[in-house]
Design a protein around this ligand. Structure first.
Ligand code: FES
Length: 235
């Protein structure tokens, strides 16, 4: 597809309706593509129905520029497969910034319009297999939620994540039968007590501050199956 042969280009993503990001994006877009391009901006903050409607109402060929900041290859395939269900899917194309637009989102989006080699058709998107290794509820005994919110991250929670995984794996307790599944979370709220790690189903809240404490906690709480009172949060 030639970049100039699209009947319409839509720019879709969250926070494009109002607020600082929307204001900046719209101002830049109008400067780059002219004021009428503002009618091609679709805010997906409340879901994608507005995008599907706009696509249905648009002539083909149509290009959708994806501005989802959390975009990844699976998100892009989901978007392509959903668009592929609409009318005249052979005239639909998608290109994504995969969240890489930093300070100049409109500039990056407009540059992507001019790079047809990065535009993907919405036909023949590989389907998820109906049955695969991830179809069963896993036999983990516990779930550990490690906070990677701003205050716990400031206290070193990111390297703790790696150390926890390594230590649990070395103990034969990482994401296996009877083992622990670790999930990184946003703020869990007892920030001043952090880095915060909450353990379920026990519902215990721990403060794990450094690698030495990771080793001690895994050995005591997971291998020896006993509480670690000196690391429990006081509440
Ligand atoms: S940032 Fe970790 S509990 Fe708030």
């Amino acid at each position: 597809m030639n970049a100039t042969s699209y009947a319409r280009v839509l720019f879709a993503g969250p926070d494009l309706g109002e607020g600082a990001f929307a204001e900046l994006f719209r101002r830049q877009l109008a400067a780059l593509r002219g004021g009428p391009a503002l009618a091609d901006v679709v805010d997906t903050s409340a879901g994608y129905d507005a995008l599907w409607r706009e696509v249905q109402a648009s002539a083909r060929p149509l290009l959708v520029i994806d501005l989802e900041p959390q975009a990844s290859a699976p998100h892009l395939d989901w978007l392509r497969s959903e668009l592929g269900r609409l009318e005249a899917p052979d005239g639909l194309f998608v290109a994504s910034l995969l969240g890489q637009f930093e300070a100049d989102p409109a500039g990056a989006a407009c540059a992507l319009v001019e790079r047809p080699a990065l535009h993907l058709a919405c036909l023949d998107v590989p389907a998820l297999p109906g049955s695969h290794a991830w179809s069963c509820i896993p036999p983990h005994a516990r779930r550990l939620l490690l906070c990677n919110g701003p205050r716990c991250t400031r206290r070193g929670a990111l390297p703790l994540w790696k150390k926890l995984r390594e230590t649990l794996k070395a103990a034969g307790k990482l994401e296996c039968e009877g083992g622990v599944h670790i999930t990184r979370t946003q703020c869990q709220f007892p920030c001043d007590e952090g880095p915060t790690a909450s353990l379920y189903p026990e519902g215990e809240w721990y403060r794990i501050r450094d690698e030495e404490e990771v080793l001690r906690w895994v050995q005591a709480r997971i291998v020896e199956e006993r509480q670690v009172p000196e690391m429990l949060m006081k509440g």
